[in-house]
Design a protein around this ligand. Structure first.
Ligand SMILES: Cc1cc2nc3c(=O)[nH]c(=O)nc-3n(C[C@H](O)[C@H](O)[C@H](O)COP(=O)(O)OP(=O)(O)OC[C@H]3O[C@@H](n4cnc5c(N)ncnc54)[C@H](O)[C@@H]3O)c2cc1C
Ligand code: FES
Length: 502
């Protein structure tokens, strides 16, 4: 088979739901039918809430959940030593316990509902190939053990790399996220939960969600829209940014048993998966970077070359990329969204660990709604104080955002005649910056290179032929149509003369 430019999971057929037709009144409305939204509905229903609706702007689980690598693990890189230092043992215990409990909940739900989703228990490892990182790995082992996780320090792995040392967590797992999520949709529908797709929420305030298809009145509103689209007073846009990652599925390899991640940001990630004919594959990932940045590098090409070095006999079969919401202190925001209004809840910023974080969010939010309190809530709260974990990243991000606004004042980075067919770039035409895409027949498409979310500069993404925002990661196609939020409005299209020789 030739290589497909989509995730392996997407060969699973999504269930079809209607879009909203007119107004509705329910107890709880959930915005976003990704893994997080579906799990919130499932656990709310389990805890006795009956009148639930979910709305999604697209199809169910067509966002990041369709493009994940779906490791179910409480091992989120090297995090516990850092959390112990910043939060103390109590806070770090809450984080560990919420994520360990999430793995347990997956096991229980998959077993009690008899969900066939390739759920496979295994170990999770964070490794290093650098002598100077060994101390950080050993510190992590100590921190994790102190928090009750049976972590061990290891020297030998299955990887085709000169690993110097690694931390291993037992009793973790991986699964097929869409087989799981689509079955949850089925269970929810049979239980009377209303699911509406192709229905975009445009605003939410106390007691009401507005969509372009009608308004939904509800006592409780949960925003699981990935990047929060409600951001009235909380300045979430200064706290949440997006990071892109690249994944390749390889066949023709010696299978591995466990899941692995380099301790260095942007390093390699490995996990096993069988395809639909039970043939072994490895999902190989790398090159994490802030969305809208490093756009001149060809990440897909680099990933294929790296994979060939690790697995010379490997045959690439699926190639994809996606982005997740990141926070400066590496802790998701899960809880009451007071600044948006009473009865509004939010889950975002999963830092590429949204399998356990979605389950943790669903557990915490369903507890808050049904009992008014939740045991692991404080560490994830939107009102949490700066605990000293985020200062450096926050300052860097703020400088970066200011720089991205000021980019409008700088010169173009390409000349029109240097842009090849099927590519784009920012050029200067009659003294103004213009975003240009040249199609295969040299036809020009021009947009104002200013993001419609909050006015940051956009950059051309050579890997995927898109315009990506440099601030919070909105994405647009070459004509300027939105393909990923938080922006909701297309880029402004500009009229220019069709003379590509200038
Ligand atoms: C390459 C990659 C690999 C990853 N690997 C792992 C991993 O191995 N393990 C792990 O734990 N995590 C991993 N993650 C992270 C994880 O996949 C995500 O955190 C998780 O899928 C997010 O789920 P979600 O439901 O919050 O978002 P989504 O799945 O994106 O769902 C959000 C939904 O909200 C809808 N929506 C948005 N705006 C609106 C609106 N205004 N109105 C209505 N609907 C709206 C969207 O259409 C979408 O369907 C990875 C992420 C990436 C990018
Ligand atoms: S995504 Fe916020 S300014 Fe572009």
């Amino acid at each position: 088979m030739d290589m497909e430019h989509k995730s392996f999971w997407q060969i699973e057929k999504a269930p079809v739901f209607p879009s909203l037709q007119g107004n509705l009144q329910v107890n709880t409305v959930i915005i976003g039918a990704g893994l997080c939204g579906l799990l919130c509905a499932y656990l709310l229903h389990l805890k006795g809430v009956r009148d639930i609706a979910i709305v999604d702007a697209n199809e169910v689980c067509s966002g990041v959940t369709a493009n994940t690598t779906a490791k179910i693990t409480s091992q989120h890189g090297l995090i516990y030593a850092k959390l112990m230092q910043g939060l103390g043992e109590d806070g770090a215990t809450q984080y560990a316990s919420a994520n360990q409990n999430a793995i347990k909940l997956y096991r229980q739900i998959i077993s009690s509902e008899q969900i066939n989703c390739d759920f496979t228990p295994c170990n999770a490892w964070v490794y290093t190939t650098w002598e100077e990182k060994l101390q950080a790995i050993q510190d992590e082992v100590q921190a994790a053990q102190k928090l009750g996780i049976s972590a061990t320090y290891e020297k030998q792995t299955e990887l085709p790399l000169p690993v110097k040392g690694a931390i291993k967590f037992p009793d973790q797992a991986h699964f097929h996220p869409l087989k799981f999520a689509f079955r949850i949709c089925d269970i929810l529908s049979k239980a009377g939960c209303q699911i509406y797709t192709n229905t975009t929420a445009t605003a939410a305030e106390e007691g009401i969600v507005r969509t372009q298809k009608g308004n939904i009145r509800a006592a409780n509103i949960i925003s699981c829209s990935h990047y929060p689209f409600i951001d009235k007073h909380s300045l979430l846009f200064t706290k949440v940014f997006q990071e892109r990652s690249y994944v390749l599925a390889l066949k023709g390899i010696e299978p591995i048993r466990d899941m692995y991640l380099d301790c260095v940001d942007g390093g390699f990630s490995f996990r096993p998966q069988r395809d639909e004919n039970s043939e072994d594959m490895i999902l190989f990932g790398a090159y994490d970077h802030k969305s809208g940045h490093e756009n001149k590098q060809l990440h897909f090409e680099s990933l294929i070359k790296d994979a060939a070095q690790c697995y010379p006999s490997g045959k690439p079969v699926y190639l994809w990329s996606a982005q997740d919401c990141m926070t400066h202190d590496s802790i998701p925001y899960i809880g009451r969204y007071h600044s948006a209004g009473k009865g509004i809840y939010l889950a975002t910023g999963f830092n590429k660990w949204g399998m356990t974080s979605s389950m943790a969010a669903a557990d915490i939010l369903s507890d808050l709604i049904t009992k008014g309190t939740s045991r692991n809530h404080a560490v994830f709260s939107l009102d949490r104080q700066d605990i000293g974990l985020q200062t450096k990243s926050f300052v860097k991000e703020t400088v970066d955002i200011v720089g991205n606004f000021l980019t409008h004042l700088t010169m173009a980075d390409e000349s029109l005649r240097n842009i090849e067919n099927n590519h784009g770039g920012i050029v200067e035409i009659d003294g103004r910056r213009v975003g240009i895409y040249k199609d295969e027949n040299s036809k020009l498409y021009a947009v104002k290179p200013v993001c419609t979310h909050m006015g940051c500069a956009i950059k051309w993404n050579r890997d995927e032929n898109t315009w990506d925002c440099t601030c919070h990661g909105s994405r647009f196609d070459y004509k300027g149509n939105v393909i990923g939020g938080p922006a909701m409005t297309p880029l402004e299209r500009l009229e220019i003369a069709q003379d590509s020789r200038r």
